[in-house]
Design a binder for this molecule. Structure first.
Ligand code: FDA
Length: 392
């Protein structure tokens, strides 16, 4: 039976990075990927251009039951470390907004870079390899796979979360963690569109395709960004961000005109355009069809002169504090990430090693660390993979 220093389960962002680092340290590394190629999520990320990191990585950009766990790994592998690799491979990139770095051309270049680095570090990659059992043997671990049995001194679980099953996502890492006595913190889809109730669906479904800038608040978090009305609910960057904090039956408070003094603006318009209908005036700042629908549903649309100061105040407040109760989320089918996962209290924050089983490591999304939208999830995958790769 072949004996490896390290077997890594999962050829995603975290697994590839870990393989590179361990390989560079002359460890004999086998990386097992069950789907037909490595890096599938990298390929589809950032609309095909991979938002591979963010220049402004801060603890506030991450969610975990332990808000200190991820700090050490992120401090020891910074966005600049990954950028240095990208530049060494001559991959052109640009900053889109708020520190988000994207490839100029294609995500494929990032996958090619990681695979080239693996090759250079002597890593063996096996794709389409199914693992049937994993046992803790002495020494190390024995895995039964579709390619036969393999043995390794160390085992790294980098099998990701539950989002996008058709891209190879599986609950395998959680099951393995449980098998080895680890606790899994409740998992749920995050960075995910939210869905309308039946009543909202009736009222807004035909506005699908409308996009606008909003501020959205839930659970003491507030994000400003784009919102898109879809034929099932709401999506767009601000909604994806808040979805990580939203729980069933929570209210969302949406500001349809963030940064504006809406009452002052409406009062001024009442003076300058007293004969204009409310929907016409609202359409100066909101998409026309949305302005019209809000007037139909909530405000009426009389000439502005007919609204009392109190009524104008109510309109302004409703535009800035639109209360919305999503029915749910679109689930793992479209979620970018999975919240929850392997309990960080049972892992070393320096090496990602299990505190329960010697030689066992967990990295990337399978761990209870989730980043905001904007390159933070890949930075966690690189940093945690690097931490384990350096320790094995
Ligand atoms: P990842 O899911 O990447 O890799 C896990 C690997 O393990 C997969 O290849 C899977 O097939 C394999 N696997 C699972 N079970 C296995 C088993 N039993 N045996 C063997 N292999 C197994 N983040 C970001 O920072 N910027 C971005 O632009 C985007 N964009 C984006 C778009 C979309 C559509 C999605 C779904 C996600 C993103 N993300 C993102 C999130 C990012 O993709 C995610 O956080 C990382 O890929 C997580 O890296 P991991 O290596 O932990 O898991």
């Amino acid at each position: 039976m072949p004996l490896w220093d390290v077997v890594i389960i999962g050829g995603g962002a975290a697994g590839l990075m870990c393989a590179i680092e361990a390989g560079k340290r002359r460890r004999r590394v086998l990386l097992i990927e069950h789907s037909n190629r490595v890096g599938k999520k990298i390929l589809m990320s950032g609309g095909g251009r991979c938002n591979f990191t963010n220049l402004h990585v801060m603890p506030d950009n991450f969610l975990s039951a332990n808000p200190h766990f991820f700090k050490s790994a992120l401090a020891r592998y910074s966005p600049w470390d990954f950028i240095a690799m990208v530049e060494r491979h001559g991959i052109a990139y640009h900053e889109k907004e708020s520190g988000q770095l994207f490839c100029d051309q294609s995500s494929k270049l990032i996958v090619n870079m990681l695979v080239a680095e693996c090759r250079q570090a002597g890593v063996r990659i096996e794709v389409g390899c199914k693992i049937t059992t994993v046992e803790h043997t002495s020494p190390g671990f024995t895995l039964k796979t579709s390619l036969g049995a393999v043995q390794a001194s160390a085992l790294v679980v980098a099998s990701g979360g539950l989002s996008i099953p058709k891209m190879g996502a599986s609950g395998f890492g959680y099951e393995l963690a449980k098998q080895f006595g680890h606790r899994i913190l409740v998992t749920r889809p995050a960075l995910v569109p939210l869905t309308f109730t039946e009543e909202d669906l009736e009222q807004y479904r035909d506005l699908s395709g409308i996009g606008l800038l909003v501020g959205v608040r839930c659970s003491n978090q507030y994000f400003v960004g784009g919102m898109l009305l879809t034929h099932r609910g709401i999506s767009g960057p601000a909604i994806l961000q808040i979805s990580s904090y939203w729980q069933l039956s929570d209210e969302l408070e949406i500001n349809l005109l963030p940064g504006a003094d809406v009452l002052a603006w409406l009062t001024e318009r009442q003076r300058s355009r007293p004969g204009a209908e409310l929907k016409t005036v609202l359409a100066e700042w909101l998409p026309k069809r949305l302005a019209q629908r809000l007037c139909e549903l909530a405000f009426g649309s009389l000439p502005l002169r007919q609204y009392s100061p109190l009524e104008l105040r109510v309109v302004a407040e409703q535009l800035q504090y639109w209360r919305f109760y999503p029915k749910g989320t679109e689930g793992y089918r479209t979620a970018e990430v999975t919240l929850g996962g392997v309990n960080t209290d049972e892992l070393s924050s320096v090496t990602m090693a299990s505190k329960k089983v010697s030689g066992l490591y967990f990295i990337g999304e399978v761990v209870d660390v989730t980043g905001h939208l904007g390159g933070f999830n890949f930075q966690w995958a690189w940093a945690s993979g690097h931490a384990a790769g350096r320790a094995i």
